[in-house]
Design a protein around this ligand. Structure first.
Ligand SMILES: [Cu+2]
Length: 478
């Protein structure tokens, strides 16, 4: 077995290293594709339907026992959902699971009632139930949808899918391809390893790491592209907890969008780029001469795992230069911001003594034993009953995010995109807009946004075990 050691997570005691097992198992590249037929929802249908249910998929290829997964429309990732900017469309979610669910449309700045957070914006969809989500996305770009009910388990089992919002002037490229990355924890027999769900020790460390890395549900992809052409790769990290270090070799490439929203073109910095859970990065790639290849790979100090290979054929693309318009959101007004301290505390070796839980201060030992809570966000462990802050619509909010823990966190704000305006160590999020900010250990950043979307919005770590372990709060825009 060819082990991969992820340099960023080596300190994680219960870490499960990635393996090339899936690649070496002799599985055909199309095995999962065949098991999970493709499909695109959206423009063709006035009402798109997402049906959550149980299914089986050969994650490690044919000839092995299939993994029991939870799927949208029989596949994971679920079908690519295409919406149009500014156009209202209904997505009907039918819940065929034996437990409740909801769907969150990650990164879409939509109506609060459609945000999919159980207990905050809607009641959970019961087994056999249906919920119509009406979505009018204000931004074009690369997004995704996923379960937001017991997400640490439902997302890990496969309940997520890609979402693209088109506009009138799509980037003129030869190939536009969404890349959904996930790491799965599989047993030697190829089944989903269900041990560890809800494990407090795992919550207190880096979260749940898988041992098999997939791209769009399969082990590797190879696509043909013309020479001297342009490729848009929309990268999404759908993993529960693993930060993915990714490199692109064989071509010049630029970052064209972050967390969905187009940005001024910048080079890959850092390289490898770090894609935190829930983050997206769109790469614009200039393909080179015929016969060469471009490779997107997961890299660690010890190992490189090829994920996507672009094979440049003899055809030469028509000469042109794609033009990109950076997303125009209201700029934060930093002259009189509403300042919110957001200390992040706890976790293994964090020294946290206690925190508030539902308004009552409790020692960490009791929080962990009775509630499975090991993290605190702004002093609260777990979802507080009252909002962390209430702010009038239109005001600029500055979140003073301080990672006082020894662990990475991927801080996600619902309903808004933020700018990182100050930092203690240069984070990868400088420039552009973000809905998810990767916080390295002991790092401080100030993230600013105009609170222009009324409603009750969640703010949490998108490392799903950290969310389940207490790193979650909410705020209200009135
Ligand atoms: Cu976290």
């Amino acid at each position: 077995m060819d082990l991969v050691h992820d340099g960023f997570t080596r300190k994680t005691t219960p870490m499960v290293p990635l393996t090339r097992r899936a690649l070496l198992a002799g599985a055909s590249a199309g095995a999962l594709t065949a098991a999970l037929p493709g499909g695109v929802l959206g423009a063709e249908a006035p009402v798109a339907v997402l049906r959550s249910g149980l299914g089986r998929a050969h994650l490690e290829g044919s000839g092995r026992p299939a993994a029991d997964l939870w799927l949208f429309n029989g596949r994971s990732p679920g079908p690519l959902l295409r919406l149009t900017r500014g156009v209202s469309q209904t997505v009907r979610v039918i819940n065929d699971l034996a437990e409740p669910t909801t769907v969150h449309w990650h990164g879409l700045r939509i109506d609060n009632a459609m945000d999919g957070v159980p207990g905050l914006t809607q009641e959970p969809i019961p087994p056999g139930g249906t919920f119509d989500y009406t979505l009018t996305p204000p931004d074009s770009g690369s997004f995704w949808y996923h379960s937001h009910y017991k997400g640490a388990v439902q997302m890990d089992r496969g309940l997520y899918g890609p979402l693209i919002v088109e506009d009138d002037s799509p980037l003129d490229v030869d190939l536009d391809h969404m890349v959904v990355l996930d790491d799965w924890r599989l047993t030697e027999q190829g089944a989903l390893d269900q041990r560890g769900y809800g494990d407090v020790r795992e919550r207190a460390h880096g979260g749940r790491y898988g041992n098999v890395l997939t791209i769009n549900g399969r082990e590797q992809e190879t696509l043909p592209v013309p020479a001297d052409g342009w490729v848009r790769l929309r990268l999404l990290n759908a993993a529960n907890a693993r930060v993915l270090p990714l490199t692109l070799t064989g071509a010049n490439a630029w970052v064209a969008a972050k967390d969905g929203l187009t940005t001024r073109l910048v080079g890959l910095d850092p390289n490898p780029l770090l894609l935190a859970p829930a983050q997206r990065v769109d790469l614009l790639i200039r393909t080179a001469a015929p016969g060469t290849t471009v490779a997107l790979s997961f890299v660690s100090p010890q190992e490189t795992l090829a994920l996507l290979t672009l094979e440049i054929g003899d055809t030469v693309a028509p000469e042109r230069t794609p033009t990109l318009t950076p997303a125009a959101l209201p700029e934060p007004d930093r002259t009189d911001p509403f300042r919110v301290p957001l200390p992040m505390e706890g976790g293994a070796m964090g020294g946290l003594e206690g925190a508030r839980h539902k308004g009552v201060r409790k020692p960490l030992r009791e929080l962990a034993r009775e509630h499975g809570l090991v993290w605190a966000l702004a002093g609260d462990a777990g979802m507080p009953e009252k909002p962390l802050f209430t702010v009038a619509r239109g005001r600029t909010v500055e979140l003073g995010m301080a990672n006082l823990t020894g662990w990475d966190h991927a801080m996600h704000v619902h309903g808004h995109h933020l700018r990182v305006v100050e930092w203690s160590q240069r984070p990868p999020q400088v420039g552009g807009w973000h809905d998810t900010v990767l916080m390295r250990p002991r790092e401080n950043v100030i993230a600013a946004f105009v609170a222009d979307n009324p409603g009750k919005w969640l703010l949490h770590c998108h490392m799903m075990e950290h969310h389940a372990g207490g790193m979650v709060t909410w705020f209200e825009v009135t």
